[in-house]
Design a protein around this ligand. Structure first.
Ligand code: IPD
Ligand code: CA
Ligand code: CA
Length: 272
């Protein structure tokens, strides 16, 4: 892997994210969205599918040997045992419920991994004209300007993001954690796009974020946060044999000054 290649791949990923962003905006401008529901009640629109097709088609054309893990066309996260050989991890629309309700917090998320790590990632927010991108060991940028976490020390003054799953059958542990966090911070935000939540931690609009997610929700944003100085981990154990960097259960990403305190709160609230 040469830096030049990662740089080229990063430029390609940003270009794909921008094109998908335009498509997503166009589809909403065109009027009625076709909506359907996956078996777990997860909403999907025609724009999710079209954006997925646009991105994956181009990757297959330019990088025919690379693997693709995409929420809409190749969603089997269990098949990624390793990220040693090149793999793309894509969420064509993160924030589909926001999208369908006319909100602006919507992102295209594209990550590229090889040699055991996500190497570059982009989270493009077409309605907000904000593009977050990172290259491992190099930089984390918002619209080409370097970003950094808030470095806030005081949890009482901190704004913390979280989210809730589509499947509402086991909300009790989430409510316990929410109660613990909201009682100890300034306030909570439920932005509706995990990729944006994590990028907002990276640039200091949020001071911390926790949720259980799928790899496509956070692969790109986590690198953006890491490179901007965030501490990234899990507030519960990671089972042995799984790929820790893409393990989505009980993720915690925060400015390092608040990580331990949040981790303790979340762990205590998880004990029944
Ligand atoms: C969802 C969003 C949301 C999070 C859910 C995700 P989608 O992704 O990231 O913020 O709370 O857990 O599934 O369905 O809009 O791609
Ligand atoms: Ca998502
Ligand atoms: Ca999605």
């Amino acid at each position: 892997m040469s830096n030049d290649t990662i740089q080229e791949i990063s430029i390609f990923a940003v270009d794909m994210a921008m094109r998908a962003g335009e498509l997503i905006k166009q589809e909403r401008r065109n009027g009625e969205l076709e909506k359907s529901y996956k078996p777990n009640d997860e909403l999907v629109t025609n724009a999710d599918l079209k954006a997925d097709e646009l991105i994956t088609k181009h990757i297959r054309k330019v990088y025919p040997d690379h693997r693709i893990l995409s929420e809409e066309s190749a969603p089997d996260a269990l098949t990624i045992k390793d990220i040693d050989s090149p793999i793309w991890i894509i969420d064509p629309i993160d924030g589909t419920v926001n999208y369908a309700h006319g909100h602006h917090q919507v992102a295209v998320s594209i990550a590229y991994a090889e040699a055991g790590q996500v190497q570059t990632g982009v989270v493009h927010c077409p309605f907000q004209n904000e593009t977050f991108q990172a290259i491992r060991g190099k930089h984390s940028l918002l619209n080409h300007n370097p970003i950094e976490v808030s470095h806030k020390h005081n949890l009482r003054k901190a704004l913390i993001g979280t989210g809730f799953p589509y499947d509402k059958s086991n909300l009790e542990p989430l409510i316990r954690r929410l109660r613990a966090v909201v009682n100890n911070c300034q306030d909570i935000r439920r932005v509706g796009s995990a990729a944006i939540d994590i990028c907002w931690v990276a640039m200091g609009r949020l001071d911390g974020f926790y949720e259980s997610l799928s790899p496509w929700d956070f692969a790109a944003a986590q690198l953006i946060a890491e490179q901007a100085g965030a501490q990234c981990g899990h507030f519960s154990g990671v089972p042995s044999g799984v790929l820790e960097s893409l393990y989505g259960e009980d993720i915690l990403i925060a400015t390092p000054e608040l990580y331990d305190e949040l981790e303790e709160l979340l762990q205590n609230a998880s004990i029944t």
